[in-house]
Design a binder for this molecule. Structure first.
Ligand code: 6PG
Length: 478
């Protein structure tokens, strides 16, 4: 075979990745279960580069140069297993099967192990950037063995987005499921970013009394500063959009029930298993789920509570500036939490993920791309063992400068009855981490009281139990 890489599964993501490879000078074998899609791709885009259209699985495998690089772009889940089972018997030792779907990292670990035992490399690749990114340059997060990356990495570098300094947004994240794990956390952070932006919008609308068009302007201004990011940019576009049918702001005619395909939920489920407090991501997932409980919301609509008080123009502008500070500080916290999860996953599975390299490949191509990520890269490059982003000198100073406004915004939201679970959870996390003493000592006392679960002391080693039902003397428990 002569094709450098093959793509099977030619729905929009697969098709666009195949076109991206071809546009960058690589001969691509293309295959789809229903052959009409394969023909349509070559008919419509054949002039963009060199495609080898394949009707059968055998033809597809034969079209690939060795070691074969075969990329699967089908729906995550059972469909992926079915396609692997279809192709694996046709492959030879050293060939590489690549899964570019949004697979759960645990599935990727299982598949990697099973194929490794058959002498085949399996590479789970996180791909971010949606349809547009797949075509013009996504951020790419490959896992799998180091040997497979040697054969695959140079091709991925050709199609990846470029960071502002020109480096391709792809790196070997780590073995087996590391790439899909990091993609999962990317999506969790994406949820948290979106929720924080939504809260900022809600506050500007309800407390400052701004119109959607005005908020679009505010976001555009913010986007020229430290909040410069793709998500803020598209938020301004959405807010400035007018519904053609009614002439109303688009955001006022869309049903306020957010949906989700599941990667944010996976992030939180995994964080719970790893014991990592990703409260910002969790609040974002819960906020979507709450919004979808139509009956519950309907029956609760009349519950007593305050409403927003109108501000004059000057106070509104001042408040808007404060919201920018609150948004930025909360964003630092949610990335701190996400990177904590990356570190915890890496330790749990022995991946040795380099957090600075992860931040670097999120600088362009992906949904959370932002100027901010270069700051995170810098923080980890300066101090590779940085225990928490909050302890980085620059982030620490920025939060110090933002926190009065952040607290004021959260307090105002509480007083005026505007829900800000993201801002509030971020602030609670910050205050909990910086606290000298936490009430967890009391929790331990309660646990010891009702269940003899024992506790440790600040002044002596060992586990202890107090005889709560007896004379309340203390006994050593181990
Ligand atoms: C990306 C996106 C993408 C994801 C959805 C999230 O990185 O390009 O994260 O992979 O599928 O956009 O979708 P939900 O909001 O439906 O969970």
């Amino acid at each position: 075979g002569t094709a450098r890489i093959g793509v099977t599964g030619l729905a929009v993501m697969g098709r666009n990745l195949a076109r991206n490879f071809a546009r960058n000078g690589l001969t691509v074998a293309v295959h789809n279960r229903t052959a009409s899609r394969t023909r349509a791709l070559v008919d419509d885009f054949g002039d963009e580069g060199s495609f080898v259209a394949c009707e059968s699985a055998e033809e597809f495998v034969a079209a690939l140069e060795r070691p074969r690089r075969l990329m699967i772009m089908v729906k995550a889940g059972d469909a992926t297993d079915a396609v692997i089972e279809e192709f694996a018997p046709l492959l030879e030792e050293g060939d590489i099967v690549i899964d570019g779907g949004n697979a759960h990292f645990a599935d990727t670990r299982r598949r990697e192990k099973a194929l490794r035992e058959r002498g085949i490399h399996f590479v789970g690749v996180g791909v971010s950037g949606g349809e547009e990114g797949a075509l013009n340059g996504p951020s790419i997060m490959p896992g799998g063995s180091a040997a497979s990356y040697e054969a695959l990495g140079p091709l991925l570098e050709r199609i990846a987005a470029r960071a502002p300094d020109g480096t391709p947004c792809v790196t070997h994240v780590g073995p087996d499921g590391a790439g899909h794990f990091v993609k999962m956390v990317h999506n969790g952070i994406e949820y948290a970013d979106m929720q924080l932006i939504a809260e900022a919008y809600h506050l500007l609308r309800a407390v400052a009394g701004y119109s959607p068009a005005r908020i679009a302007e505010t976001f555009r201004t913010w986007n020229t500063g430290r909040l410069d990011s793709y998500l803020i940019e598209i938020t301004a576009e959405v807010l400035a959009h007018t519904d053609a049918a009614t002439g109303e702001p688009f955001v006022d005619v869309v049903a306020d029930r957010a949906e989700q395909k599941g990667t944010g939920r996976w992030t939180v489920q995994t964080a719970l298993d790893l014991g990592v407090p990703v409260s910002g991501i969790a609040e974002a997932v819960f906020a979507r789920s709450l919004s979808g409980h139509a009956e519950l919301r309907e029956s609760s609509r009349g519950l007593p509570g305050p409403g927003p008080a109108a501000l004059d123009e000057e106070a509104a502008a001042r408040f808007a500036d404060r919201v920018e500070q609150a948004l930025y500080a909360s964003k630092i916290v949610s990335y701190t939490q996400g990177f904590h999860q990356v570190r915890a996953g890496s330790e749990e599975y022995g991946w040795e993920v380099d957090p600075g390299a992860v931040a670097a490949i999120w600088r362009a191509g992906c949904i959370i791309r932002a100027a901010f990520l270069d700051r995170i890269r810098e923080a980890y490059d300066t101090r590779p063992g940085l225990p928490s982003l909050l302890t980085d000198k620059l982030f620490r100073e920025e939060i110090a400068a933002a926190q009065d406004d952040w607290r004021e915004v959260v307090a105002t939201a509480a007083r005026q009855g505007v829900p800000t679970p993201g801002f509030s959870a971020a602030l609670a996390y910050y205050d909990a981490l910086r606290a000298d003493r936490l009430p967890a000592a009391l929790t331990q006392g309660q646990r010891d009281f009702f269940g003899a679960h024992t506790y440790r002391r600040t002044d002596r080693e060992g586990a202890f139990h107090t005889l709560w039902a007896g004379d309340r003397s203390e006994v050593a428990a181990d």
